[in-house]
Design a protein around this ligand. Sequence first.
Ligand SMILES: Cc1ncc(COP(=O)(O)O)c(C=O)c1O
Length: 394
Amino acid sequence: MQLLSDRILNMATSATLAMAAKARELRGEGKDIIGLSLGEPDFNTPDFIKEAAIQAINDNYNSYSPVDGYGELKDAIITKFKRDNNLTYTPAQIVVSTGAKQSLANIAGVMINEGDEVILPCPYWVSYADIVKLNDGVPVEVKTSIDTDFKMTASQLEAAITPNTKMLWFSSPCNPSGSVYSKDELRALADVLVKHPNIYVVSDEIYEHINYGEGHVSMAEFDDMYDRTITVNGVSKAFAMTGWRIGYIGAPEKIARACNKMQGQITSGANCIAQRAVITALNESPSRVQYMIDEFKVRRDLILSLLNDIEGFNTNTPEGAFYVFPNISHFFGKTFRGTTINNASDFSMYLLEEALVATVDGGAFGNPDCIRISYAASQEQIIEAIKRIKEVVS
Ligand SMILES: Cc1ncc(COP(=O)(O)O)c(C=O)c1O
């Protein structure tokens, strides 16, 4: 009998984590690798949040919390949803989890049956397809391109819907393209969905605050979508709290209760100290973390201007998150020291080995013509990395 389950054998390793591991290995060999592969702010968690965690330790928060989160944290989340998104939720509609990643895994676990189709506009966040597959669902990729700023159009959505469609999952601002759906664009998608009342939406809004454009719109803001949208959010990105592991959902009550049940058998409540700190984070005005977003914008403009100077890098203008997603198919078929670059994976590996810059293969996000470059790095690192990339592709 085989040792490992088909389930795990069929699962892809997270490409972003795999690239980070490879970069670490090369660093261990003494190579000066610039890491632009991970999706994590390079800022420290703000002091006012750290102090709240220290206070929680001193106040002896050391017991299991309620599975779906402390009541005070749910209240802070409800306040945040109202203040930032004009969304009204009750405590029974909120579930706090160990990162938005667990929120997504919970949703898949409680909603997907074998053969259910989940529409994923491409490029999508690296874990969506594998979380869906792990739960016997079928990811249905909808290809988008730079011409539509990597956004799915209403007619593409319509064409992807079948009698087996259960859900649509998307992120806005998008990881990896940085694209942000406008209100009109979301409304156009909603207009298609209202004709198919059994389809639910996962609106992943974890980059909500890292938005350089007209501002954030939540799918659940539309009255006719509220009852079938699960709004996913978390503190990893905007508050520089990736390692604290707190995410949450606002969802129809039936779905929230099911997520609570699922989590109760798997992890119980999220880390109690982190939960206490997040109460403070969410009760503050988002303006407390605006300094990070301002800096990300400066870096976005910097990296775009540097990349636009390299022949063969075709980029959109990301309106949010902290990634650029250039199409680099110009380089396919080119050979270096006997090795031919056939796809984005080869290209990303070439950049790692020759330029000592870690990026991620766009294939992991459903688009093998692109690579993802994170600009959650200092301006000096960005300048040096793009200089190295320019040298090795010229
Ligand atoms: C679009 C998207 N959703 C969810 C997550 C997971 O975030 P968390 O750290 O809260 O698990 C990430 C993290 O990279 C992300 O980019």
